[in-house]
Design a protein around this ligand. Structure first.
Ligand SMILES: [Zn+2]
Length: 376
């Protein structure tokens, strides 16, 4: 077979080509600034046995759940991995153990809280502000310290297969050559609190999640956290639903959903790539390297300091009139020089990373331009 035959892909439709070229082909559903999305929640019919042995049809969502550890890597980027607790797996040839059932991230959660407390106490000691200013400052920095924890308890997410309809600029559905609305299958990553909120909004309208058509509306803000927390979900009235207005649409969707396979989901949600126990240990040991060194040092010398987050520009001290040189964190006079853990000359010192936030985790999408209003 020629390389051309093996590597090329035919273009069947220009719109599809342009969408793929723009990277819009990802299965990952993303929130979008100022947009309204029309979403259908597909389901599969499942037959379960009732109490009296009778067959009962149930609507089952196409969804996965996973407990996810999230952290900021040394490169400052958002990272996530599915919790490895109780995951035991061997290599394909069965000779080596890839996962032994322990989770190095779970095992570091208490160390991460210790670092949080260390930083909080240091800040309280160092902060020269008073009254309300002090209170506000400490609240702000401690919430940053909490965000910056290097290991956190795993959070439960739901990965839900949804159908996102394509809507034209005038707000009507884009129709394909079969005269049915065009759509993309997407996977929504939802925190449990977000599932609860959506569920509540649907229940208030007397509807049920599987089989519902929903309008997700996102506020016009660049703040991804607000995009999610201030978004609204409302069910479409039954007589306005695309699946009602276009007979044949449900069949088409059902066939696509039946073909859907979670294999490869790790390309869109990297946490599903997983990690071996060894790789996870190497990661957590790397993240906590300076802390581990400090713990060893302080056992020998009680005045040892943990320097990972120390920068030489104090942010919480009021500026002194006429001060020209940057103030240094004062040394305790006469103290035995403490072994310095972490960066000394500045080359190692990292400014604290901006806090990671859930919105990024939930959708991870780029804010797009305001999408046309949908009239449904
Ligand atoms: Zn874990």
């Amino acid at each position: 077979m020629s390389f051309l035959a093996a590597a090329s892909k035919r273009v069947d439709d220009v719109r599809g080509f342009l969408r793929d070229a723009a990277g819009g082909n990802s299965i990952k559903y993303t929130a979008e600034k100022g947009a309204r999305h029309l979403i259908y929640i597909p389901y599969k019919e499942k037959v379960v046995m009732g109490e009296n042995g009778e067959a009962i049809k149930q609507r089952a969502l196409e969804a996965l759940t996973g407990k996810v550890h999230e952290w900021t890597g040394v490169d400052g980027k958002y990272k996530a991995v599915i919790c490895m607790k109780d995951v035991v797996r061997k290599s394909e040839d069965g000779t080596s153990l890839l996962n032994d059932g322990t989770c190095p991230f779970c095992d570091r959660v208490s160390d991460a809280w210790d670092i949080y407390r260390y930083r909080k106490e240091l800040e309280e000691e160092k902060c020269k502000l008073t009254g309300d200013e002090r209170k506000k400052h400490l609240e702000k920095v401690t919430s940053t310290f909490a965000d910056e924890r290097k290991a956190k308890d795993a959070r439960t997410y739901m990965y839900l297969l949804v159908v996102k309809f394509r809507i034209s600029e005038n707000g009507s559905p884009v129709l394909g050559s079969d005269n049915l609305p065009e759509y993309d299958l997407k996977v929504m990553k939802l925190s449990s609190s977000r599932v609860e909120k959506i569920q509540q909004q649907i229940a208030n309208a007397g509807a049920d999640l599987p089989g519902s058509e929903l309008i997700f509306e996102y506020p016009s803000t660049d703040d991804k956290r607000l995009q999610i927390s201030q978004s609204t979900t409302s069910p479409v009235f039954p007589d306005r639903q695309l699946l009602v207005r276009y007979p044949g649409l449900k069949d088409k969707i059902d066939k696509d959903v039946a073909k859907f396979d979670w294999e490869g989901i790790d390309k869109s949600f990297s946490e599903w790539s997983g990690m071996t126990t060894d790789a996870a240990l190497a990661t957590t040991n790397g993240l906590f390297e300076k802390w581990d060194e400090y713990k060893k040092a302080v056992a020998i010398n009680p005045s040892a300091q943990y320097m990972e987050y120390i920068t030489d520009t104090p942010v919480s001290q009021p500026a002194l009139a006429g001060a020209t040189a940057p103030m240094q964190t004062p040394n305790i006079a006469g103290a035995i020089p403490a072994p310095v853990i972490g960066g000394m000359g500045g080359e190692d010192i990292k400014m604290p990373q901006p806090p990671t936030f859930d919105a990024n985790a939930v959708f991870g999408g780029q804010a797009g331009v305001g999408a046309p209003k949908i009239t449904i």
